[in-house]
Design a protein around this ligand. Structure first.
Ligand SMILES: *Cc1c(COP(=O)(O)O)cnc(C)c1O
Length: 255
């Protein structure tokens, strides 16, 4: 894994250089789905701070127990797969950030749930302020593939505008951080450039509005196959599994 990380870091550094961006502007989220808890421990020993999981149950299995990263921070769990309504509460408990929100119902439910949870890193509600503050991103189906979830690309803007009309204080326990997408799965990274650029334009437009979008500064895009293009198009969080942990063995689920 150490060699995988070195090779990946070289790719990230080179892409940042080409894009004229600072390496610090791109967070690496280690996608540990289908890999066992030991793989997570190994990653933490190499300096990983942020992990991504697709399924809530698998996230709970690996990230319910608080862990400390090498830099002294608390290890963060990102839920990056679609979450059914009945799993939103569990997702809010285990996650620091959910990347895959795609409905106003989910936003409203998360606000309610987070108001009733203890603050992250504390044992009880009210111990550290009131309720948990959760980061969320909206997934946009910018690749326009039927199998992928997320907001329809033609409806994403109207969706964001509808949030704006709720007013700046409608969701005190949610930090609305930005947008997420999965690039086109063609095997050619360049094919995703257009959808990454679309996402960046949408994110910039709403960040500029302030209010409920005051923290809308994140773009979660780029995976093993297309992270360079994503970084060039402004990604602030790349979600990388295969390049770090190797191929996933789908015949051996961890849950
Ligand atoms: C699995 C997954 C990733 C990681 O993909 P790799 O190609 O293994 O890097 C990133 N994002 C999402 C949403 C995923 O489901």
């Amino acid at each position: 894994m150490r060699e995988h990380l070195a090779a990946l870091e070289a790719r990230i550094t080179e892409a940042c250089k080409i894009a004229g961006r600072s390496r610090d502007a791109v967070k690496l989220v280690w996608v540990s789905k289908f890999h066992p808890a030991e793989a997570v421990e190994n990653a933490i020993a190499l300096g990983a701070t942020d992990f991504g999981e697709n399924r809530v149950q698998e996230a709970e299995l690996k990230f319910s127990t608080p862990r400390t990263a090498l830099d002294g921070s608390r290890v963060r769990c990102h839920v990056i797969g679609p979450v059914q309504s009945n799993k939103l509460k569990k997702a809010a408990i285990v996650a620091d950030c959910i990347h895959s929100i795609a409905s106003i119902e989910a936003v409203e439910k998360l606000e309610k749930v987070c108001a009733a949870l203890p603050a992250a890193g504390s044992a009880a509600v009210g111990e550290n302020g009131s309720g948990k503050i959760l980061d969320i991103l909206f997934q946009v189906n910018a690749g326009e593939e039927e199998t992928k979830s997320g907001l329809d690309v033609h409806e994403a803007e109207a969706f964001l505008e509808s949030l704006e009309t709720r007013g700046e204080n409608a969701f005190p326990h949610l930090r609305i951080r930005g947008l997420m997408t999965i690039g086109k799965n063609t095997g050619v990274a360049e094919d995703s450039r257009e959808c990454f650029a679309f996402l960046r334009n949408l994110q910039r437009k709403f960040l500029a509005k302030g209010g409920v979008f005051a923290n809308f500064d994140q773009l979660s895009m780029g995976m093993t196959g297309d992270l360079e293009v994503a970084i060039e198009e402004g990604s602030t969080m790349i979600r990388v599994g295969t390049a770090l942990f190797g191929e996933r063995d789908y015949s051996k689920p961890t849950v």
